[in-house]
Ligand binder design. Structure first.
Ligand code: MN
Length: 270
């Protein structure tokens, strides 16, 4: 099979969390034209921060945009889930999410709807890639879209084994000023800033969730560090949250006499 034949045969599902009309998904769709057969299933409205939530308390409807995108009145995970479990005739070869309006690095990945859409593909055994542009606004969206195409093309030409889950963050720079792509680990933020109380029209106090915390770990090898230095960050993710190092210690803790003065449990700060 020639590379060209393989490209034509590729089926790529595209979603996002900013909603079907966001500039980021339009740029991604345009950039991936020619990489394969593109199918877009995206939320009706912005669901940034939706994480992996599925809508279970009401049915979901699907309509089609003037560009042929499927629009679902649900979350990013709903979109990919429905696409993979009934809406699309065939299973795609790749799930791509983004391009998000803002970074999804470090702890952000747990909250991100952009990453969640990719996770849903990964859970169904499909290679999945989330793309985010690290600064809000779209000043270098064209560069981010070119990077996304480069990455997707590499996966098409030289597929990673299994169902990799990749989190790609692209610095807000012109294409020629981006140094390249660095493989990274997740960095860390400080805890979020305080909620912002305000009054609703009834005079009741309501709260806006506050801004994200400042970056804590942007050291060498981290996603924050790479982007800060002008590199694209690519972090391979996994979903198993089990803290392997603590399994033995937890067993000791559970079996120790309740008034024992000895401290048990791994204290590695994580
Ligand atoms: Mn978003």
């Amino acid at each position: 099979m020639t590379p060209n034949t393989r490209q034509t045969d590729m089926k790529i599902l595209i979603s996002n969390d900013d909603g079907y009309s966001a500039h980021g998904i339009e740029a991604l769709v345009d950039a991936l034209a020619g990489c394969g057969e593109l199918m877009v299933v995206a939320p009706e409205v912005n669901h940034s921060g939706a994480s992996n939530s599925l809508t279970l308390n009401r049915p979901l409807s699907v309509r089609t945009s003037s560009k042929g995108f499927y629009i679902i009145n649900g979350t990013p995970s709903d979109c990919v889930h429905i696409a993979l479990t009934g809406l699309l005739g065939e299973k795609p070869d790749l799930v791509v999410s983004g391009i998000n309006n803002g970074a999804n690095m470090g702890d952000d990945t747990l909250y991100s709807g952009t990453v969640a859409a990719a996770i849903e593909g990964h859970l169904f055994g499909i290679p999945s890639i989330a793309f985010s542009l690290t600064s809000k606004g779209w000043s270098n969206l064209d560069a981010a879209a070119r990077i996304a195409r480069d990455v997707v093309q590499r996966q098409i030409d030289m597929p990673l084994k299994g169902a990799p889950l990749l989190n790609v963050n692209i610095p807000n720079l012109p294409y020629d000023e981006i140094k390249g792509i660095q493989v990274t680990r997740l960095g860390k933020r400080h805890p979020s800033q305080p909620v912002i109380p305000t009054l609703n029209p009834a005079g009741e106090t309501v709260y806006w969730i506050g801004p994200v915390g400042l970056v804590q770990d942007a050291t060498e090898g981290s996603d924050f560090g790479a982007v800060e230095q002008g590199w694209v960050s690519m972090t391979p993710l996994r979903l198993d949250l089990t803290h392997e190092n603590q399994l033995t210690h937890m067993s000791h803790w559970l079996n120790a006499p309740i008034n024992s003065t000895s401290q048990v449990g791994a204290d590695d700060g994580a």
